[in-house]
Write a protein that binds this ligand. Structure first.
Ligand code: SF4
Length: 388
């Protein structure tokens, strides 16, 4: 890795966790290696806007690990094999000094999640550098001597600052999986949203991760090309993913929060959002172009049009395509019911419409909001704001 980054030493150490992790890391111990995002320019991303990036020192991170280990030991001793009870835990926590409560709760959540994985935060776990990360991983493995997964978000640009042997050493030290936001495989889309990485860089970085034996979870953002680039976004994203062939392809659909640069583009008419049928057609084209991928397609985000669009590639592609096709031929009233039920949080996929209880819940939201086929897209955009 080239130039070293500045570490901001905390004058007084305290345990820290960041606010963001992938949905699949809900049961992980969150270990904060750096604060916020070192790039912070993607025009669709609200996560760290206005927040300065900084690294945490290895020493502070070691202390985080040690304090969680201490609470974990105490918890195991006090529980002595009993089941975790949230109200008892909350009572124990509230009797601790203020500075001990966060690491206690982190240890308790990790224990309740089975102690199976650790997620290195925030937006780019690799940015700490290979030597520092190695030291953190060594300390983690020494302190918690059982098998568990270690994962992190990473930017393709940062991966490319690592030599293949650095990545291999990290894998040997216990880094199991990286989550990389490709968002798109189309250079025009990537430039438009200021992703800071090209298609070629995404492919090179993804392959380097896989060659090091680190699992790759690659994110694509349906809708990011807007109406104009929808087709190219679908085809180029699929072909980039086929060239990388990651273990996991994850979907996370575009929704535009207020305050990000893309919101200005949208409000001024320079960016046109896809409606739900255009989004479904884009997804279908994406799935039709994904034949050379062999990983798992995962749709584990509440913003996705179908949360059950998951399966093994390429075996399940016909089933996945037929799910999207079924949406595209829905009569208007039925499509309105599905969309409101989906965006209102009572339906995960079209199959849920067969459940009378869920269907009734979706119909109740439609009545409450006055949703019709004519206004459903607007209503759904508002409902999606809650999920960003
Ligand atoms: S790199 Fe990730 S966290 Fe950083 S601005 Fe882009 S999308 Fe947001």
């Amino acid at each position: 890795m080239k130039e070293p980054l500045q570490v901001s030493e905390s004058e007084k150490w305290h345990f820290e966790q960041g606010p963001v992790r992938p949905p699949s890391e809900a049961r992980s111990l969150l270990l904060r290696v750096s604060r916020h995002c070192p790039w912070n320019r993607c025009t669709f991303c609200p996560l760290y806007k206005g927040k300065a990036f900084s690294l945490r020192s290895v020493e502070d991170i070691r202390r985080d690990i040690d304090v969680v280990a201490r609470h974990l030991d105490t918890l195991r001793e006090r529980l002595a094999g009993d089941r975790l009870d949230a109200s008892v835990l909350a009572l124990w926590r509230d009797h601790l000094p203020a500075a001990e409560r966060a690491p206690f709760w982190a240890a308790a959540l990790w224990l309740s999640g089975g102690l199976e994985s650790v997620f290195l935060q925030d937006a780019d776990g690799l940015i700490a550098g290979p030597v520092q990360l190695r030291a953190i991983l060594d300390h983690l493995r020494k302190t918690f001597p059982w098998p568990f997964r270690v994962t992190a978000y990473a930017r393709s640009k940062t991966v490319l600052r690592y030599r293949p042997e650095d990545l291999l050493a990290l894998r040997q030290a216990g880094l199991s999986r990286l989550h990389i936001g490709l968002e798109s495989g189309c250079d025009t889309v990537l430039r438009q949203v200021c992703k800071g990485a090209s298609r070629a860089e995404h492919i090179m970085a993804g392959r380097r991760v896989r060659q090091a034996g680190i699992e790759l979870s690659a994110y694509v953002m349906p809708g990011l090309g807007g109406r104009n680039l929808s087709e190219r976004h679908a085809r180029d994203s699929a072909s980039a993913l086929c060239a990388i062939d990651p273990e996991f392809i994850r979907l996370r659909t575009l929704a535009i929060p207020g305050g990000v640069p893309l919101a200005q583009e949208w409000l001024s008419g320079r960016f046109e959002l896809c409606d739900s049928r255009e989004l479904a057609r884009e997804l279908l084209l994406f799935l039709q172009s994904l034949d050379a991928a062999h990983g798992e397609l995962v749709s584990d985000h509440a913003l996705n049009l179908f949360e059950d669009l998951s399966g093994r590639l390429p075996k399940d592609l016909p089933r996945l395509r037929s799910m999207v096709e079924a949406f595209l031929v829905l009569p208007d009233e039925r499509r309105c019911l599905y969309l409101v039920g989906r965006r209102g949080g009572v339906l995960r996929g079209l199959a849920d419409l067969q459940d009378p209880g869920r269907q009734a819940a979706a119909a109740a939201i439609c009545r409450k909001l006055g949703a019709t086929p004519d206004n459903v897209e607007e209503i759904c955009r508002l409902l999606m704001q809650r999920l960003i």
